[in-house]
Design a protein around this ligand. Sequence first.
Ligand code: NAP
Ligand code: MG
Length: 453
Amino acid sequence: MSHQVVSPVDESVVATIEELDLAAADAAIEAAAAAQPAWAAVAPADRARLLRRAAEAIDAANEELARLEVRNAGHTITNARWEAGNVRDVLSYYAGAPERHFGRQIPVPGGVDITFLEPLGVVGIIVPWNFPMPIASWGFAPALAAGNAVVLKPAELTPLTAMRIAELCHEAGIPKDVFQVLPGKGSVVGWRFVTHEKVRKVCFTGSTEVGKKIMAGCAEQVKRVTLELGGKSANVVFADADLEEAAASAPGSVFDNAGQDCCARSRLLVEASVYERFLSLLEPAVKSFKVGDPAAESSQMGPLISDEQRRQVASYIGPEAPVAFQGSAPEGKGFWFPPTVLAPIGPGERACQEEIFGPVLSVIPFSDEAEAIAIANDTPYGLSGSIWTRDLGRAFRVARAIETGTLSVNSHSSVRYWTPFGGFKQSGLGRELGPDALEHFSELKNVFIRTGE
Ligand code: NAP
Ligand code: MG
């Protein structure tokens, strides 16, 4: 079955991809299972070297991969270069892991007790279209480092960079059957990762709706599962903050990648005493946010991924969610949507509760710290968030009180490969990245050896 990959920038066909059917997915999983023991047996230093070589190959192809993502996903060129660089960094970070992936010796009477961190076997990774390169690598790099084979399903809309990354990894010496990228439909190839007994873990990133199905499906086999799902993160601005800096950085925190970011700070909570002043600082920052040809070095935002996504995003704007002000976007071909600010709006409105996944920001005033925390926590999600204040005590208090996995103070950083990433509540299950990621791709085995008294 062939599928046309369409550019969201001009709606032209970028490539035609042969998609795997069920039989082909089964064959790929069987090949991965057959290849995995030899991969696990590769000496740790050699496995490390292969991962490092893959990182170097991806670094050398940075511009090629970035251009491909601009065409396929409409990401800005500056973002796409960062994304390809992130794959390099994640690979080289986890290249340090195979030689340090050790268990423990636990004191017990009558013998010696040792724990081993065994690979799981085959790991299935299901990737969404919003960050095709980084999200793929957060799964495949630590999974491979821990001695697993990987089958990876990119989103139907954005398979091209993952396919190229797999080729580069193979050229660097990672065996073909050990790391396979399998383009196809989620309902066919992705779901097969859930039902096939030889896939021992599924890493899923995408919508909460599909994530729930994946979790329920995995329960059938008590299959390991990591879920990175939606978000409705709050950017909380207190009156004592550097308001100029907070206002200047707020557009990027929600409109980056056209808002198609699970960490998007799509709710802006502003202390009521500075609400008017803050909006007057925010308006010019939003209006000057540069939306246009993503291949241009100066562009800060490109189009949405698809016409369907654009229709969905538009559905959030209405009488309960009035537009306070908007930036601009190109007209004509392409799935463009301007940066949009909704205010005033109540925290219970649909636009403040659901993940819009588009360039739409809802602004909500709050009266004090307790109310800010209550509003921030009043969604089913808990992925990310930001706090702007000069009061260190308050920064810690609020950071501890917000039910979310990744917070930043006076910054909007979310994803840093050195540190764990993942969600509270319906934003997900488990963590990715950081120093402990390999534990999520290993089974802990305990062995006791009797030595006699
Ligand atoms: P989605 O349906 O959850 O898709 C994510 C991935 O899962 C894609 O690779 C998809 O394959 C696959 N998939 C879909 N149904 C599956 C199934 N039954 N079994 C196994 N895999 C399956 O997300 P979407 O439809 O692309 O986007 C819808 C909304 O989800 C967005 O508007 C946004 O709100 C949210 N979303 C969140 C994130 C995030 O990072 N948190 C990422 C993407 C989307 P296909 O190639 O067939 O689509
Ligand atoms: Mg879907």
